[in-house]
Design a binder for this molecule. Structure first.
Ligand code: NAP
Length: 314
């Protein structure tokens, strides 16, 4: 996602805007910086786009990096640490734009850094790397930009001002005044679908065809709906089973992001999906045995996948 957005920002539909000229990649450390060729290739553009980069760790106190707009494209579980690691470069006016799956980290960062400066994006674009810094924009979708919390009279102006800096045309970005509702619904669907695709090692659509998967899916939908019904901030979920059914039909051939992570031996975001749902249930003294079982199975599968990947690198 970081490569896709950086590339779209820096090319800005062919226009070199002031903001686009000042795009920088913030890479994890010197090793990542050493492996950066100085440009990003993207299936959307014919020529690789040169973008300057800096390494975050190892940045000394003397470094005077100041960030006006921070687009955070780490996995949910890495996000708090990634933003905290940039504390010296943030000012009280820095806008923080979050692209993570889930909702927990968006709530935490909004609370920690203030509702006026934190923005959330929910996107259906798909991106994967065919090589380091060479991104394929698979599945052109849309992106919705909004802010969490009750809002104030200036929210719309803040959202429109940020939208002008983003590649709204290239990535089909629009404002959603109720991004919270969109993120809650996406969380509910991801909780129902993602882990199950790992447990059954299948594409999305197959969840409806494998009898055992379909049965667990139905029980998960009931449980997720019951938990979210007890969360005052969550919108009414309606018939979650029908919504999940529709998503699975539309994305029948897709391999979920969680299954992709497992197949690459990488940590998944499941702690921020079913894990977060279990936390919400615990806080309200609700039982959610199906989600807990799924989470437990995921922990075993994930640690096995990570161990196997490490062993293959040695
Ligand atoms: N890819 C998609 O199609 C897609 C679609 C919708 C939503 N999303 C959401 O977007 C988020 C990012 O997904 P992704 O697929 O782009 O993940 P990804 O390919 O794993 O990229 C995350 C990047 O963040 C880097 N990173 C982690 N911690 C960092 C730190 N402290 N400082 C600097 N860099 C750090 C990682 O570096 P290392 O490789 O060194 O760990 C990695 O390059 C996720 O929440 C995902 O759910 C993705």
């Amino acid at each position: 996602m970081g490569c896709l957005w950086a590339c779209a920002l820096a090319s800005a539909g062919g226009r070199q805007t002031d903001a686009a000229q000042r795009v920088s990649l913030l890479l994890r450390d010197q090793a990542a910086l050493a492996g950066y060729p100085g440009q990003i290739s993207c299936s959307d553009v014919e020529q690789a786009v040169p973008i300057p980069a800096v390494a975050i760790t190892g940045m000394g106190r003397q470094d005077s990096l100041q960030i006006d707009n921070l687009l955070v494209t780490t996995k949910a579980q890495d996000t708090l640490a990634a933003v905290a690691g940039l504390a010296r470069a943030l000012t009280p006016d820095t806008r923080i734009v979050l692209l993570q799956n889930g909702l927990k980290v968006q709530q935490e960062i909004t609370q920690q850094y203030g509702a006026e400066r934190v923005f959330c994006v929910s996107t259906s674009h798909g991106a994967w790397l065919r090589a380091p810094f060479d991104v394929v924009h698979a599945g052109r979708g849309e992106a919705w930009l909004g802010q969490l919390g009750a809002g104030d009279a200036n929210r719309q102006a803040r959202l429109q001002a940020l939208l002008k800096l983003l590649p709204a045309g290239a990535l089909n970005i629009r404002v959603d005044e109720d991004i919270g509702a969109r993120l809650w619904r996406k969380l509910a669907i991801n909780c129902a679908v993602n882990a199950l695709t790992v447990i059954h090692d299948c594409r999305n659509g197959e969840l409806l065809q494998i009898p055992e998967a379909r049965q667990t899916l139905s029980r998960l939908c009931d449980e997720i709906s019951a938990v979210l019904q007890a969360v005052p901030e969550a919108p009414p979920m309606g018939d979650l089973w029908t919504q999940v059914h529709q998503v699975l039909n539309i994305t029948a051939d897709n391999v979920s992001s969680t299954l992709q992570d497992i197949r690459r031996g990488r940590a998944t975001e499941i702690g921020h999906l079913n894990g977060y749902l279990c936390e919400l249930a615990t806080r309200r003294h609700l039982h959610c045995p199906v989600n807990r079982e799924v989470l437990e199975q995921m922990r075993v599968i994930e640690s096995r996948a990570i161990r196997a990947a490490r062993a293959s690198w040695q």
